[in-house]
Design a protein around this ligand. Structure first.
Ligand code: AHM
Ligand code: MG
Length: 312
């Protein structure tokens, strides 16, 4: 029995996004394919290890963080873009007078470099004024597209518009991204994904919320949000990175981690919260603003929110 080849990325996205956003998603996918190759041989090309620099987040920069940042900065500097906000850059990079602001994490899951799956995250924000952070902020509701890649086997790309999520698998034989699934809907609940070793740092509300959300679920946590979110999208469950005594606002950053993933989760019929409100409704007033992040199947997120508020 033969089956026809699955549609490729550009034909699958045509009609769902305007031409400029399709172009940005295609550039993100191309740079991801290139980064996949670089990662695959990194132990042989002296690309593992730290650069010796520390980024604006106070984290030590890995050589691959730097390489990935260069790759995506070049790929996404397009006429349709006004500014690029990267996890690896202190300040937004003003690239032109296009309508879109891009948030991206060039290499998410840095602690897994050389060991396990890592990924890249993209958010495309429409109509965000240059001074909006200072002038009271913007929210994740201005996203028009979000995507992330997971460099594992298979290498997967997830793309969302407001109402539809698709996955693509990379085919190394012709370097194409082919549709794996369309119209994704988060399955009810299966896995709870959280770093449980931080339990002693959580407030009583967070302990209550995490216990309520995880009740009856199995634990899976990789240390790469991209991998954990992909599992939740495909197999169901909830991902949680709450605030704790060492990270009072949580660890993950709104513009290039939390909001793109929240947008994808909502588009797949799930939910995303900071514990008290949907994260996409929270004003972002600084490029590297952090937030607690709870995302996944709506029932599990609702249990977290109820537990956080103190309800039984
Ligand atoms: P990074 O962008 O520097 O890799 O940091 C984000 C990562 C997420 O992928 C992951 O969920 C989290 O940090 C893991 O943090 P921890 O080691 O505290 O559990
Ligand atoms: Mg990250």
């Amino acid at each position: 029995m033969t089956s026809s080849p699955a549609a490729d990325l550009s034909s699958a996205l045509e009609g769902r996004f305007d031409r400029e956003v399709c172009d940005l998603l295609a550039r993100f996918a191309e740079a991801s394919a290139e980064l996949r190759d670089i990662l695959a041989t990194a132990p042989l090309t002296n690309l593992l290890g730290a650069t010796g620099d520390v980024n604006v987040q106070g984290e030590s920069t890995q050589k691959l963080d730097e390489r990935a940042n260069q790759l995506f900065t070049a790929a996404l500097s397009r006429p349709s873009v006004a500014r690029l906000i990267s996890e690896e850059e202190d300040e937004p990079l003003e690239v032109g007078d296009g309508r879109y602001t891009i948030g991206f994490d060039p290499l998410d899951g840095s602690s897994n470099i050389g060991f396990a799956a890592v990924g890249s995250v993209l958010g495309v924000y429409d109509g965000v004024a240059r001074n909006s952070f200072a002038a009271g902020g913007m929210t994740g509701r201005s996203l028009v597209a979000a995507a992330f890649t997971v460099y594992g086997l298979p290498t997967m790309l997830v793309v969302a518009s407001r109402s539809q999520v698709s996955t693509f698998a990379f085919d190394p034989s012709d370097r194409s991204w082919r549709v794996a699934a369309e119209g994704l809907s988060v399955p009810k609940a299966a896995y709870a994904s959280i770093n449980w070793t931080y339990r002693s740092r959580w407030s009583p509300s967070v302990v209550r919320a995490v216990d309520a959300a995880s009740d009856g679920l199995r634990g899976r946590y990789s240390g790469s949000m991209v991998e954990d979110i992909l599992r939740v999208l495909l197999a169901g469950g909830v991902f949680m990175y709450p605030e704790d005594s060492s990270s009072p606002n949580g660890k993950l950053r709104m513009l290039y981690e939390v909001c793109p993933m929240a947008f994808i989760m909502e588009a797949a019929g799930g939910a995303a919260s900071n514990g008290a409100q949907p994260v996409l409704d929270v004003p972002v007033t600084a490029p590297h603003q952090r937030s607690p992040f709870i995302a996944g199947a709506s029932d599990a997120v609702a249990r977290y929110v109820a537990g956080y508020a103190g309800a039984e």
